[in-house]
Design a protein around this ligand. Structure first.
Ligand code: SAH
Length: 218
């Protein structure tokens, strides 16, 4: 799968996408990530991507032309030319695990990151879906884009070291929350108290452990 991210702050992604599981997935060719600087699709000397809103009001709005051209160019360089195109937006459809599963079937996903007060509304004619990562407002679509990429990537075959870990994960089915996990030490002592690992997990009785875990999904 290839993620194509359109942003005016391409540097933001360098650190997160070059660590840990995402880094390994890229190195092993399980995912590809392409970051595009929206300013490459501007034509004026100042590489302008925003302008003031019609009708007045606070802030700036991202112009449609650079976004439109970026989508067009990126699509034309794609093999199957049939990407899923998403605009990050505080007003969008809520991003949930079920959506991450749906999106894991696409070959190419184009993600547009807004800034300022958002993008010119006519962008909506050229995208498939507006997505929100939650009911709050961020300063830009870059963190939401990372959220999409991360949650989709870990569902792709071979991306997680141990795919069994997907079986019981939170949100696999709506409302499911994973059972509690513990690791060494068996007894953690702090501030005069002892915090113990549930004894069943130390029993070695796999049937009982399975039952306990099932009963302790939240
Ligand atoms: N004026 C807009 C918010 C703009 S925030 C409004 O009231 O809805 C600037 C950009 O950050 C948005 O265009 C979007 O790309 C991104 N963004 C902010 N909050 C987001 C959220 N919860 N989910 C996804 N994207 C978000």
């Amino acid at each position: 799968m290839t993620f194509h991210i359109i942003t005016i702050f391409p540097e933001i992604f360098n650190s997160y996408f070059n660590e840990s599981i995402i880094k390994r997935a890229r190195e092993e060719g399980k995912i590809k990530i392409k970051i595009y600087d929206l300013r490459n699709w501007t034509e004026d000397k100042h590489k302008t991507v925003d302008d003031s809103p019609y009708g007045g009001g606070a802030g700036m709005v991202m112009k449609i032309e650079p976004i439109f051209k970026a989508i067009k160019d990126i699509r034309s360089n794609m093999e199957n030319k049939n990407p899923r195109i998403v605009l990050m937006s505080a007003r969008g459809e809520k991003w949930i695990q079920k959506k991450a599963q749906e999106y894991s079937d696409y070959d190419d996903i184009i993600i547009i990151c807004g800034r300022y007060e958002g993008v010119d509304e006519r962008t909506c004619f050229f995208i498939d879906e507006e997505i929100s990562i939650g009911d709050y407002v961020l300063t830009g679509g870059e963190i939401p884009a990372m959220t999409l990429l991360d949650s989709i990537s870990r569902l792709l075959p071979g991306v997680l070291g141990n795919e069994d870990s997907l079986d019981s994960e939170s949100h696999l089915v709506s409302g499911q929350k994973e059972y509690p996990q513990y690791t060494r030490p068996e007894i953690f002592k702090a501030e005069g108290k002892e915090y113990k690992v549930p004894s069943i997990l130390l029993s070695g009785n796999h049937e009982e452990i399975k039952k306990w875990r099932k009963g302790n999904m939240r």
